[in-house]
Design a protein. Structure first.
Length: 153
């Protein structure tokens, strides 16, 4: 398998959970039987993701995860090769911490959930309707459970 995930940390802290996040994302790629895919995960703070959300979605507040899927863009010309460049997943570290507390599970679980959620958005999955949400969230939970990452963990 020739898959590549790059993780960039744009906050001034060490996040030891990112090694597990990367392993879980590689598992999601394998589960979806993909090969030659590449994407980025960028860890940012609330201010940064708020600005992205405002600029690109017209929503003037922070969010937990926002994705930029290159395959959604007809105007993006990618080099002719066999690698699929899926895009970028931005995760707010601040929201991940607060949501982990709010939902009563570990920071690791929340970070993995947000990363896998973003991954499925890059693949074109969405949760605008009840049926779409059911499909997307089932896929997410299947990936997380492969690594023993449950809601209560």
């Amino acid at each position: 398998m020739d898959n590549h995930i790059e993780i960039f940390v744009q906050v001034d802290e060490e996040i030891k959970e990112l090694e597990t996040v990367k392993k879980v994302l590689l598992g999601a790629i394998q589960k979806e039987e993909l090969d030659h895919v590449s994407f980025n995960v960028i860890i940012v703070d609330n201010d940064y993701i708020h600005e992205l959300n405002k600029t690109y979605r017209g929503i003037d507040r922070e969010t937990d995860v926002i994705t930029f899927a290159l395959e959604d863009e007809d105007s993006v010309m990618l080099p002719e090769n066999d690698k699929r460049i899926l895009g970028d997943i931005y995760i707010s570290i601040d929201r991940a911490r607060s949501q982990a507390k709010e939902y009563g599970h570990s920071f690791l679980r929340e970070l993995c959930f947000l990363a896998v959620h973003g991954f499925y958005h890059l693949l074109g999955y969405d949760h605008q309707t009840e049926e779409e949400e059911k499909v997307m969230f089932q896929k997410q939970e299947e990936v997380l459970s492969l690594y023993g990452i449950k809601r209560e963990s």
